[in-house]
Design a protein around this ligand. Structure first.
Ligand code: ADP
Ligand code: MN
Ligand code: MN
Ligand code: MN
Length: 336
C-alpha cells in the first residue's frame, strides 16, 4: 500500500501572539474523511503549552485540505489543541468560536478577511536597499515593475497554493509599503473563515521558506512614515445582507462603539503602533464609523450604502490578530 503524509498544524502558546507549529505523520493508504485521521500528541513544554513534568498535549484534527506543496494524496490537517484528558486547552481559541457560532447560527454570519503581510529578507523588507530606505510611499500600492514591487514570485505561488488547497481566496494586491502585500479569504462562515486564515498563513510561511524569505504579520514592521499591516475584517449577518440591512449595520456599529476596548484587547498585539490616526487608520483611542471612510474604525462600503444592505468593514484588527477571537467577539457584540 502507498504512504501518505499528513501535516498536522496547530497554534502554539507563544505570547503575546500565537505562532503556528506543524509536524508530519506518515500513514498507509488514502485518507478520505476527517474521522479517519487519528488524534496525535506533542511536547507542550516546547511550545509554551505545558510544564516539563506533565508535557503531553493532544492534537485533535478539525479540518483537512489537500497539501498543495507535496501534492498527491497528502493532506494539511488543522488541529485544535486539547489537554491530555481531552478538555479544551487554554490556548485553544477555536473552541470558543465553535460555541459562539453554534449559538448564533441562525444569523448566518459571513467573514471576509484581508490579510496584509510584509516579506523580509534578513533584517530588511524584501527589495529595500541594505541599511537604507526606498523612495517614499506612493507608487507601490497595486504597482507593477521591478522598481515598484518585490516578491511577486512568492505572492503568485502562494495564491496558486491557496487555490489548489481549496481555500476561498478572493484576491491579492501589492500594498502601500514596498515589500508589503495582501490577500483576501472569504466570505465564509465563522469557523471556515478562521480555519482557512490559519491554513493560508501556514502556506505563506512555508512557501516563503523556499525563497529564503520570511513573512511577518507584525502590525508595524517599520517605524515611521510607512504603512502598518492590518487584517480588515468584513462582516455581515443575513439581516445585514437583506433589504433594510443598512439599519442593522448601523445598529451593529452603535453596539461596537460601546465595546471598543474589549475588541481592541483581542485585535492583535502592538496594534497601538499601527492605529495612530495616520496611514488610513483611526486612532486606537477613538471609535468612528462612516460610509467610505478609510480613516474610520468601521467603514460602511459605498456599495452597501447605495444598495441599502450588505456588510461592514472593521478596519481595527491588526495583521497578527487571531481570526477565531475576532470573529467570536464580532458575533457576540453585534448579535447578542
Ligand atoms: P478593500 O476595498 O477594503 O481593499 P477587499 O476587496 O480587499 O476590500 O476585501 C473585501 C472582502 O470583503 C473580500 O474578502 C470579500 O470576500 C468580503 N466580502 C464581500 N461581501 C461580504 C459580505 N457580505 N460579508 C462579509 N464579507 C464580504
Ligand atoms: Mn483590501
Ligand atoms: Mn490593504
Ligand atoms: Mn479593506
Amino acid at each position: 500500500m502507498s504512504k501518505v503524509r499528513l501535516e498536522y498544524i496547530w497554534m502554539d502558546g507563544h505570547k503575546p501572539t500565537q505562532k503556528l507549529r506543524s509536524k508530519t505523520k506518515v500513514m498507509e493508504g488514502i485518507i478520505d474523511s476527517l474521522e479517519d485521521i487519528p488524534d496525535w500528541g506533542f511536547d507542550g513544554s516546547s511550545t509554551n503549552q505545558a510544564e516539563g513534568n506533565n508535557s503531553d498535549c493532544l492534537l485533535k484534527p478539525v479540518c483537512k485540505v489537500p497539501d498543495p506543496i507535496r501534492g498527491g494524496h497528502d493532506l494539511l490537517v488543522l488541529c485544535e489543541v486539547m489537554n491530555a484528558d481531552g478538555t479544551v486547552h487554554s490556548s485553544n481559541s477555536r473552541a470558543e468560536l465553535r460555541k459562539v457560532s453554534e449559538k448564533f447560527k441562525d444569523q448566518k454570519a459571513w467573514f471576509g478577511i484581508e490579510q496584509e503581510y510584509t516579506l523580509f529578507d534578513g533584517r530588511n523588507p524584501l527589495g529595500w536597499p541594505e541599511g537604507g530606505y526606498p523612495a517614499p510611499q506612493g507608487p507601490f500600492y497595486c504597482g507593477v515593475g521591478a522598481d515598484e514591487v518585490y516578491g511577486r514570485d512568492i505572492v503568485e505561488e502562494h495564491l496558486q497554493l491557496c487555490i489548489d488547497a481549496g481555500l476561498e481566496i478572493s484576491g491579492i494586491n501589492a500594498e502601500v509599503m514596498p515589500g508589503q502585500w495582501e490577500y483576501q479569504i472569504g466570505p465564509l462562515s465563522p469557523l471556515e473563515s478562521g480555519d482557512q486564515m490559519w491554513l493560508s498563513r501556514w502556506l505563506l510561511y512555508r512557501i516563503a521558506e523556499d525563497y529564503g524569505v520570511s513573512a511577518t504579520l507584525h502590525p508595524k514592521p517599520i517605524k515611521g512614515d510607512w504603512n502598518g499591516a492590518g487584517a480588515h475584517t468584513n462582516f455581515s449577518t443575513r439581516f445585514m445582507r437583506e433589504e433594510g440591512g443598512l439599519k442593522v449595520i448601523k445598529d451593529a456599529c452603535e453596539k461596537l462603539s460601546k465595546n471598543h476596548d474589549e475588541h481592541i484587547a483581542v485585535y492583535g498585539a502592538h496594534n497601538e503602533e499601527r492605529l495612530t490616526g495616520l496611514h488610513e487608520t483611526c486612532s486606537i483611542k477613538e471609535f468612528r464609523y462612516a460610509v467610505s471612510d478609510r480613516g474610520a474604525s468601521i467603514r460602511i462600503p459605498m456599495q452597501t450604502a447605495n444598495d441599502g444592505f450588505g456588510y461592514l468593514e472593521d478596519r481595527r484588527p491588526s495583521a497578527n490578530m487571531d481570526p477565531y477571537q475576532v470573529c467570536a467577539i464580532l458575533i457576540k457584540t453585534t448579535c447578542g
